[in-house]
Design a protein around this ligand. Structure first.
Ligand code: ZN
Length: 246
């Protein structure tokens, strides 16, 4: 099976469409979509992104912004800008799309892969930002590989030894790499709001027959998204951060 692995679309339809185009054709270049959560929040196109995702064969996990849009989380724990965007998102989402988000699972296991938005230990909330937090998470999943999003930064944390110690490996784009059986926590990065100082949309391709992982990056029309955000009255800080990639 060939998967398109995406995360943190954050209601950015332009980035999402650009990623889909770059990934190729469904059924020819990939068969199924794994989305690691945060389909909405921050961006101007929550309904459009949910509907585009729903139009494809996919599995999507719940992210903290998806839950916050449902009112499942206390949005006082989000910063002021995120809160403003979330209130707008909640008012904008259709009943049908809210019901879709409502039904998303928080973890998923298939063959040698465990999927979660944040971490296997705290699926909706925890940020795996460094090797220490990654190391602590290895005992919280049984499979060889774990795919996560949430930090908006593409990275692999590879386990060394049995003590859970691990090594961070930065992404090498467009270089298909063999998953060699070493336990790893892998983050494809964010489609709609990258935070690694690279404004291009991030995603990955995974072939589970050949066990090949490939990080990808693609520029998209940021200005078009920013214009829609300004029209929707989104906080300026959220608008400008897209072009800086943080
Ligand atoms: Zn996110």
């Amino acid at each position: 099976m060939r998967y398109l692995v995406i995360s943190d679309i954050h209601a950015n339809l332009t980035a999402f469409e650009t990623v889909l185009k770059d990934a190729g054709t469904l059924g020819k270049d990939y068969d199924f979509v794994w989305c690691l959560g945060d389909v909405v929040g921050y961006g101007p196109d929550p309904n459009e992104c949910v509907e585009l995702l729903r139009s494809m064969p996919h599995l999507c996990l719940a992210g903290n912004h998806d839950w916050a849009a449902l009112g499942r989380l206390d949005i006082r724990t989000f910063n002021a800008d995120a809160r403003k965007a979330l209130t707008w998102t909640r008012e904008t989402l259709t009943e049908e799309n809210l019901a879709y988000l409502e039904a998303l699972p928080i973890t998923f296991v298939l063959d040698s892969f465990t999927l979660a938005h944040g971490s296997p230990r705290e699926p909706v909330w925890e940020y795996i930002l460094d090797p220490l937090i990654a190391a602590l998470n290895f005992k919280h999943f049984e499979t060889t590989y774990c795919l996560v999003g949430h930090t908006h930064t593409p990275v692999i944390f590879k386990q060394i030894g049995n003590e859970g110690e691990c090594e961070p490996i930065g992404p090498a784009y467009n270089q298909p790499t063999r998953l060699n059986g070493t336990r790893q926590i892998i983050n494809p990065g964010s489609v709609g709001q990258p935070r690694d100082s690279d404004s291009r949309a991030a995603y990955a391709l995974l072939d589970t027959e050949r066990m090949i992982w490939e990080f990808r990056r693609i520029p998209y029309n940021i200005k078009a998204v920013q214009a829609r955000m300004r029209r929707a009255g989104m906080p300026e800080r959220l608008v400008t951060r897209l072009e800086h990639g943080w």
